[in-house]
Design a protein. Structure first.
Length: 259
């Protein structure tokens, strides 16, 4: 096999590192990759949940607990993975948090906590894999953001801003990483049924399961697309909304305000 081939779920034995793997999209993606023949490193803060996940396929799933907000721990974990399992072919960064916000209870500490995990934590794991991938001139990175990062919606300001930051960051990094032989993707899911979204008390249009989200991500990785966005109805709706003149956009988003 040509060592320059990019990672593909059909290729047995490649190594993937999935963060945020204790639940939701990260967990579902890890299981799907393992079924497709990958060796999968799973990381999250919950060691117990990771152990339970690894027990489902102990020959292919390996637990490496990690708090991505700790830079030193993120760098050390990636080094430990490479030393024990070899180079990382695919890094899939799913770690993140979400909470609704409100101007009547605006708390900048909540904003800081959201950015610390969703943006800075992702930055730590990016730093943990980029140098080695550049040195090898191969590898693939996929960052999970959200359609919420494409337009500002009431109640989702903190979360959406963090995901907008990831979209902007990845757009900026893409040309440089491409020049260095590293493929970068951004993943923008719509509403996915996870422990985070289960806290919502409002209708979530086009809601899909974590398993369907994992299928969309893994299938998207087989293509050459930079952005993996799904489900398609949500993708079309959110991009049309983002393209509206601001006066019309605000006319629509006012209707989303809680009584």
């Amino acid at each position: 096999m040509d060592s320059k081939e990019t990672s593909s779920p059909a290729q047995s034995g490649k190594l993937a590192w999935v963060t945020g793997a204790s639940s939701g999209i990260g967990r579902a993606v890890a299981l799907r990759l393992a079924r497709d023949g990958w060796r999968v490193i799973v990381s999250a803060r919950s060691a117990d949940k990771l152990s339970a996940l690894a027990a489902q396929d102990p020959q292919r799933i390996f637990a490496f607990p990690l708090d991505v907000t700790d830079r030193a721990e993120a760098l050390a974990t990636a080094d430990a993975v490479r030393q024990s399992h070899g180079p990382i072919d695919l890094a899939l960064f799913c770690a993140g948090t979400y909470r609704r916000d409100s101007v009547r209870a605006f708390d900048s500490r909540d904003l800081a906590d959201t950015f610390n995990l969703n943006v800075i934590g992702t930055g730590h794991t990016l730093e943990a894999v980029i140098p080695d991938m550049i040195a090898r001139r191969q590898g693939e990175i996929a960052v999970v953001a959200s359609v919420a990062g494409l337009v500002g919606l009431p109640g989702g300001g903190f979360y959406g801003a963090s995901k907008a930051a990831l979209n902007n960051l990845c757009q900026a990094l893409y040309p440089e990483l491409e020049r260095e032989g590293v493929r970068l993707r951004i993943i923008n899911p719509g509403f996915v049924d996870t422990p985070l979204t289960q806290k919502n008390d409002f209708p979530m249009p086009f809601l899909i399961s974590s398993e369907k989200a994992a299928d969309a991500i893994v299938d998207g990785l087989k293509t050459g697309r930079y952005e993996i966005i799904f489900p398609w109805k949500m993708a079309v709706s959110i991009k049309l909304l983002a393209a509206l003149p601001k006066a019309l956009l605000f006319r629509l988003t006012r209707k989303m305000l809680r009584k």
